[in-house]
Ligand binder design. Structure first.
Ligand code: BG6
Length: 486
């Protein structure tokens, strides 16, 4: 295949602190919103993602009980806290040029409202970045990946409270200043558009019994836009060659049929995601926002100076996760067996296969997504996440034949190549969960994405031994050939 990947393309992998690190309570770390998710195999599988979408007050209260015997997988992760040198060495062996990761806010400011940072937390990331740089791996750092301090939820009510802007900005400035010589690429918020699906982990609001959830979701998002713009400005002033990006979850939506109602519904639905990157990439609220807010009964409280700071500090690049596409129907009640079990409740597209978790596999959709985003923003694009969650089996001889994962990744990378040929500017690709980690939505360990297997089960048992899968050598060749050998 003719490769259109630029010479300096950032091939790599991605993880998030809350899903890998573990080290909960060690060296002063506080509890984050993600530390509240339980794994309980006795629960029916269909309910595993319920807590992801709707956290309860009772669960948040129980999670703070120091004597609890329940299992909270994201407190354990895969113990990257103690294995990072080994893990980064394996990333380097695959030839990674970039490692997208996040800094756990609660390691630096355990409750979130402290004035002084926790030195032990800062020292940990110094060691992680040094390890990356030793191998020539560029860190791409998310400042917030579903990890706000739990204390800011229970005591301040999360992002709808304007004070949280100051706490986040203090945290962000602290780490940007500390790592200014080590980190050039920063992402202010992971999947900022996902507040519509899971407001608890995104902006720290508990939906249960909430009197006006839409108002708080968008007020929280507005505060994140302001905070992101302040931090973008700070980063640009401090680090002359820094690049700051926004990050959205991009699920390509296609009309279920050519019925004009389906087409219009698709445009509107897609806008509910693109709204977030529209604000951050263009620097202003799009014209359609007024009607959207009117229909949701949202009246934003905008302080003097907010719109100016957003306008003056658009992001340098647009990054996104891409796993699947979904069909949209204006009349789902007329369809027979069309309801998919997609995580976002979309409609099944009869032309596409799905993963075991109902995520519809659509590699060509990635080319469409890249073209759409580039047409819309004309800014460099970074594919921050992409991958296949699957159950892997360790053979008797210790090998793992994850050829289904290779197929998935190959087909997606082929489409990135097509998009590059189309003229789209893409500067990096970090495969999600490059080492097996705890699933964000189900808290399972057995939903694996990695090139590297971790010997750990859903209950947290196992040796944590790292084992290379078949995809490890495959990805190494992809990187070495700069995308020519797939
Ligand atoms: C993205 C998140 O939505 O999808 C990651 O940014 C997450 O944190 C990934 O892990 C895959 O989702 P899941 O639920 O399969 O882990």
């Amino acid at each position: 295949m003719k490769s259109y990947f630029p010479k300096d393309f950032l091939w790599g992998g991605a993880t998030a602190a809350n899903q890998v690190e573990g080290g909960s309570g060690i060296d002063g770390k506080g509890l984050s919103v993600s530390d509240v998710y339980l794994f309980d195999s006795s629960m029916p599988k269909e309910r595993w993602t319920d807590q992801w979408h709707m956290m309860t007050h009772q669960q948040v209260a129980e999670a703070q009980d120091p004597n609890s015997t329940k299992y909270y997988p994201k407190r354990q992760g895969i113990d990257f806290y103690h294995h990072f040198k080994e893990d980064i060495r394996l990333f380097a062996e695959m030839g990674f040029k970039a490692y997208r990761m996040s800094i756990a806010w609660t390691r630096i400011f355990p409750k979130g409202d402290e004035v002084e940072p926790n030195e032990a937390g800062l020292a940990f990331y110094d060691a992680v970045f040094d390890e990356c740089l030793k191998y020539g791996i560029e860190p791409v750092v998310s400042l917030s990946h579903y990890e706000m301090p739990l204390y800011l939820v229970t005591e301040y009510g999360g992002w709808p409270n304007r004070q949280v802007i100051d706490f986040y900005v203090r945290f962000a400035k602290t780490v940007i200043e500390r790592y200014q010589k080590k980190v050039k690429y920063w992402v202010t918020f992971n999947e900022i558009n996902c507040v519509k699906h899971h407001p608890y982990v995104s902006v720290g609001i508990i939906e249960e019994g909430h009197p006006n959830i839409e108002q708080d979701k968008y007020q929280g998002a507005h505060h994140q836009f302001v905070a992101s713009a302040i931090v973008t400005d700070y980063c640009h002033r401090l680090i002359p060659n820094a690049k700051v990006g926004c990050m959205i979850s991009y699920q390509l939506l296609t009309p279920y049929s050519c019925d004009p109602d389906d087409v219009q519904k698709t445009v509107e639905s897609q806008r509910t995601s693109l709204f977030f990157s529209d604000v951050q990439a263009r620097g202003y609220y799009p014209a359609y926002a007024n009607r959207m807010f009117e229909e949701k009964g949202v009246e934003l409280v905008i302080e003097p100076g907010d719109l100016e700071v957003i306008r003056e500090n658009p992001v340098d690049f647009v990054s996104f996760s891409y796993y699947m596409s979904s069909a949209v129907s204006a009349h789902p009640e007329r369809l027979e067996s069309a309801v998919g079990n997609l995580i976002t409740g979309g409609i099944k597209n009869p032309y596409l296969p799905s993963s075991k978790w109902g995520w519809q596999i659509d590699p060509k959709g990635l080319r469409t997504a890249l073209n759409q985003l580039y047409d819309r923003y004309q800014k460099p694009l970074f594919i921050a996440e992409n991958g296949l969650g699957a159950e892997d089996v360790v053979n008797e001889d210790g090998t793992i034949d994850d050829f289904y994962r290779i197929d998935y990744l190959r087909q997606h990378i082929e489409q990135i190549n097509e998009a590059l040929h189309d003229g789209v500017e893409v500067f990096g690709y970090t495969a999600w969960g490059c080492i097996d980690i705890i699933s964000a939505s189900t808290s399972q360990m057995s939903k694996r994405y990695g090139f590297i297997y971790v010997d750990q089960d859903d209950e947290g048992n196992g040796t944590k031994k790292r084992i290379k899968k078949a995809s490890f050598d495959w990805y190494k060749k992809v990187i070495a050939s700069n995308g020519a050998t797939l």
